[in-house]
Design a protein around this ligand. Sequence first.
Ligand code: ADP
Ligand code: ADP
Ligand code: ZN
Length: 215
Amino acid sequence: MKKNLVLLGPPGAGKGTQAKMLVEKYAIPQISTGDILRKAVAAGTELGKEAKKFMDAGGLVPDDVVIGLVRERLKESDCKDGYILDGFPRTVNQAKSLDDILTKMGDGLTHVVSIEVDEDDLLTRLTGRRTCRECSAMYHITFEAPKKSGVCDKCGGELYQRDDDKEETIKSRLKVYKQQTEPLITYYRGTGLLKTVPGTGGIKDIFSSITKVLE
Ligand code: ADP
Ligand code: ADP
Ligand code: ZN
């Protein structure tokens, strides 16, 4: 069965970690708006310069910008058998636009998986997160430490701490999540697509809970 998925959850819930495992299992692409935006920032494009201001402040990049990015990305041929949206939608307006885009393509979402983690855990996860510059794999200095400090196990790339993974910015991001993104849980519950899974415990156990709700 085709899987057009949305991974929902606060910053640090483990969306990226789980998305990468789902990519392997189902051979469908991960579409992370955060990764797309960070690439644009690193490349110094106009889009990147515009987005950086919002990202550094822990706010959301304007809806029309991210909606445009996702609309184009979904047209690519690797999305024809399904995809994993990670970090999009983040506002009810984005969710409604996504519905419109997919309807026009003669398609629709199949599952929305909400990964639930308590707020206290999120701060610890995000301050300890390290990200690979090359392949965007995620590590944690204590929970998921790389074999060699500062080096990606998968590709040998350099691990860095994201600018927005600093305590003050994290607090803004969590506030933005509560105000703008959490309402999506109710939105998707109303569509009947919502599945919730606990996001604490072993990464593999969480992955099993996710694949179970997808079968
Ligand atoms: P998100 O994409 O939702 O922001 P990530 O997948 O980047 O979240 O995970 C945030 C941080 O928490 C990373 O440092 C990651 O290694 C770590 N992490 C992910 N899953 C778990 C887990 N089940 N237990 C502990 N730490 C985790
Ligand atoms: P996390 O993994 O911690 O949830 P992301 O990598 O998804 O963070 O996003 C990083 C930043 O990129 C966000 O704080 C926001 O500024 C911007 N961003 C990513 N996705 C979106 C989106 N769908 N709408 C608006 N801004 C976004
Ligand atoms: Zn890497």
